[in-house]
Ligand binder design. Structure first.
Ligand code: NAD
Ligand code: LMR
Length: 342
């Protein structure tokens, strides 16, 4: 059975933290962009994990205080801070999972692609350092536009001769978290049980929740399908507008990213029952990268799960075809950017 939700894991974990301060595993995790809106709460949530022995926090500024603060929590992992490019190599050496939320967020009126000019170079340079210092690590890319930054990361890793497509992930967990929340609210379901796969990419219409595949099975009217799909696709913008210039989703994103980190660590630790949606290299469609449910294992993506894409309802089938040109263009833009640099 699929792990129902992060909430159920978190509850187990809370009990563990209160009654057992011994580490259950010794994984090293680095957060690049750790002083930011996502980075700070994400670092705190990772500090709660009994699977982590070392937590390395990197940013270009202001990370010392964040690390000092988080390090006082009486959970097992050791926290270290690293500031600026000169300390990046030391931050990354020996790390098992690298999470990258570095970069600028949207303001109202912007698309995620409007962030490309700044964030593409940030991701390129950080992933280049990952390639040099911890080429075997799982890499979780949060920085937007994810539809382009993941292909950029892949190209950089290829240029360095260390690309392992099984270990490069675009973090789309927030789309699943949102879909689960909105569906549970609308259908009055027990939140902890709801699991909605979200496929495609991570921007606008490329975000495709497969409501017909909701577990436990639920029936939706055509209007509900349309409304819920559009709400899930625009949920990032909903937060950007509510924050009115102060950034985009940070707290729910940290929650979602921590779930993906925890799933990755469980997989690295040998749990054979770990499934998450993620934007990865894929042959499920004609596109080279595609978000789908994947089975995670010790070596990264153990299998892509094709079954969610079989037997789609007409609305989803049409939406799947409609998203492909935009997703393809974003992927190609990322690849062209990375290839132009060499
Ligand atoms: P933020 O501005 O609050 O924080 C970004 C941090 O990155 C800052 O601390 C900054 O100093 C740091 N940074 C900038 N350049 C860096 C570099 N070269 N090396 C290391 N650190 C660097 O922004 P945020 O709200 O945390 O958002 C970060 C990114 O995450 C944005 O691109 C945003 O669009 C994206 N995001 C993605 C998702 C998703 O679902 N994948 C969700 C929310 C936000
Ligand atoms: C989100 O989905 O919340 C993020 O991609 C941030 C954004 O710009 O919407």
């Amino acid at each position: 059975a699929l792990r129902a939700s992060f909430a159920s894991k978190a509850q187990t974990q809370d009990r563990t933290i209160h009654y057992n301060l011994q580490p259950q595993a010794s994984f090293r995790v680095a957060v690049l962009g750790a002083a930011g809106g996502i980075g700070q709460p994400l670092a705190l949530l990772i500090k709660m994990s009994p699977l982590v022995s070392d937590l390395h926090l990197y940013d270009i500024a202001n990370v010392k205080g964040v690390a000092a603060d988080i390090s006082h929590c009486n959970t097992p992992s050791q926290v270290r801070d690293f500031t600026g490019a000169a300390e990046l190599a030391n931050c990354l050496k020996g790390v098992d999972v690298v999470v990258i939320p570095a970069g600028v967020p949207r303001k109202p009126g912007m698309t995620r692609d409007d962030l490309f000019n700044i964030n593409a170079g940030i991701v390129r340079d950080l992933v280049s350092a990952v390639a040099d210092n911890c080429p075997g690590a799982f890499i979780h890319i949060i920085s937007n536009p994810v539809n382009s930054t993941v292909p950029i990361a892949a190209e950089v890793l290829k240029q360095k001769g260390v690309y392992d497509p099984k270990k490069l992930f675009g973090v789309t967990t927030l789309d699943v978290v949102r879909a689960n929340t909105f569906v549970a609210q609308r259908k009055n379901l027990k939140l902890i049980d709801v699991d909605v796969p979200v496929v495609g990419g991570h921007a606008g219409i490329t975000i495709l929740p497969l409501l017909s595949k909701t577990k436990p099975s639920a029936s939706f009217t055509d209007e509900e399908i349309e409304e819920l799909t559009v709400r899930i696709q625009n949920a990032g913008t909903e937060v950007v507008e509510a924050k009115a210039g102060a950034g985009s989703a940070t707290l729910s994103m940290a929650y979602a990213a921590a779930r993906f980190v925890e799933s990755s660590l469980r997989a690295l630790d040998g749990d054979g029952d770990v499934y998450e949606c993620s934007f990865v290299q894929s042959d499920l469609t004609e596109l080279p990268f595609f978000a789908s449910r994947v089975k995670l294992g010790r070596k990264g993506v153990e299998a892509l799960i094709p079954s969610d894409l079989i037997g789609l309802i007409e609305y989803e089938q049409k939406a799947l075809e409609a998203l492909k040109p935009e997703l393809k263009a974003s992927i190609e833009k990322g690849i062209a950017f990375a290839q132009k640099q060499t």
